[in-house]
Design a protein around this ligand. Sequence first.
Ligand SMILES: [Zn+2]
Length: 228
Amino acid sequence: MRPSRGRSEDIVVFWLQGRESRCDGCDAELSRGNFLRREGDRGLCLACADFDHLEFLESGDAALTRRASKHSRLRAVVVKWSKARRRYERQGILVEPAAIETALEACLADEELREARRRREASRRERLDHEYVGTFADQIREQYPRCPPETATRVAEHACRKHSGRVGRTAMAKALDPDAVDLAVQAHIRHELTGYDAHLLGGLERREARERVRPEVARILDDWSASS
Ligand SMILES: [Zn+2]
C-alpha cells in the first residue's frame, strides 16, 4: 500500500505501532515507536538502512520542516498508519541534525526580525502620537491664545488617545482641522468646567444638558480667544 501523502520521490520510513517484528538485517527487535525502512520485501531498522545518522523532526512547524529539508542532503518522510482514517499519515521527517540546527537558527532569525520590525513600528507610532499631541496643542493655542497651556496639552492628549495607533499623516491632518480642534476644546470645557456631567447624571437629556451649559461654554471660549 502506498502512503497517501508524500511526493513519489520521497523516501518513506514507517513508524511502527503494532506487534513486534524483527529487522531483516540485524535481527534487532522492532516494536511500537521504532522506525522501519522497507527495501523490497525486507524490513530494516534505521541502522541497517543507513538512516540512523538522521534525526526525527516532528511535523507541526511548516517553516522549520521546509528549511530542514532544504539543508539536509538525505531526507526521509516518516508515516504512520491511521486506523481511523485508513491511510498513512505523515508524522515528520528524518534529516541530518545539522540541517535542523541551521533551520532552527534561520527561524529564530526570522522571529528576531519580526520583533525588530514590531519595535520599530511601535516607536514610529509613538513618535507620530507625540508629534500629533504637540501639533494639536499648538493648534489649540493658535485658536485660543489664552487657553491654559496644560489644558491645551490635556485636550490634545485626549484627542490623540481617541486616534491611538491610527494616527497617520492623513488622520492627523484631518483631526487638526480648525473645526475639529474647536469641537475638542468645547467638549473639554463642557465636561471639565461646567455642570454638564452633573446634568447628565441628574437624568437630563444630552441635548438639553448641552443647551443648559451653552452660555457658560461660550463665555469661556470667548475668554480664551481674547489675545490680550
Ligand atoms: Zn537492523
